[in-house]
Design a protein around this ligand. Sequence first.
Ligand code: NAD
Length: 375
Amino acid sequence: MRRAGGGSNTKPRSSDVPDRFDYMALPARVLFGRGRTAEVAGEVRRLGRKRALVLSTPGHRALGERVAALLGDVAAGLCANATMHTPVEVTDDALATLRRLDADCTVAVGGGSTIGLGKALALRTGLPQVALPTTYAGSEVTTTVGETRDGVKKTQRSPQILPDVVIYDVDLTLTLPPALSATGGMNAIAHAVEAMYAKDANPMVSMMAEEAIGALARSLPRIVANTADIDARTEAQYGAWLCGMCMGSTTMGLHHKVCHVLGGAFDLPHAQTHTVVLPYVVAYNLEAAPTAMRRIAQALGSTDASVGLGALAQALPVPRSLQALGMPASGIDDAADLVMRDAYPNPRPLERATIVDMLSRAFHGSAHTTSGATH
Ligand code: NAD
């Protein structure tokens, strides 16, 4: 049997369809388009709800207030304390506010942190959620939430966590600075790349992944050149949505494992770490997933997936080495041990020596492979 995204198939695309796969669609209503934040009150009413609690971070309180004003008589109030990594104390406070205001749904406006708070509340209450994403993180279309208790982040998966309605309004993304747009976009691409060769890859997800990689690869350099480019922002938001769907529908592999290890062990920044590591992991997996890699390269307009990702990163204001992110050189060996432990499923078996070599290259920002492929 051929695998959907990887395997040993090297035949032309017409024969890429695997002979067996599973696909489960995640139910959500998606409204995509400029200015559609204005439809938020209608969406709350459509859910049969009357008292929406708006969620935002403290930094986006003004945006939260604007959304509460748009909700009018279906607004219950605003809770502007969403925090990175969803600490349970913050969720407990928000839950008390939700109960005090007798809210019957939440409307989260913000990035992955704010949407994470909405998901954590849904996990505890079963209340429906509307999400208005302002970044390219993609959390709004997944059934997972990572929560932090006593400094330890644990991820849970449940259908109850999936937001019921997502409003993608490009206007909400225009203030995202170039560097955050670029690393957030590369982080999104990483979800699509790993979905292509996931153990549970399937043709629907691969189709979305290829489309998503192309959309982001085309739009990110244009956004960096002009952050107010509405066409480019729209294409990036479309790509980010699809990347979120890819991550929500498949099991991530070596790349995500490496990034989780580096983030946890050395407190490296999330999206930047993904951006640096991705071409190296793709080079590692290149020969183990030829069909996926051919499609990734094609989406990038390159002949090689790793080279294409390197070239895209080169065109963006992003860090290019783990050293630049603050990882200590002495951490490479420990990181390799952690990557080998409880390994995520991956098309190429993990070989410690090669993982050490890959991490060393990513640490120095040198060529992606021994053959010297970079960009
Ligand atoms: P975030 O929400 O913390 O936003 C990152 C930064 O961007 C913050 O400083 C925020 O204030 C700022 N920001 C957000 N929108 C902005 C805008 N439009 N203009 C200017 N600044 C803006 O984080 P994120 O990058 O969106 O997401 C990362 C978090 O989400 C992590 O905690 C990650 O674990 C989680 N996440 C979860 C999933 C999932 O499926 N559960 C998926 C992706 C990410």
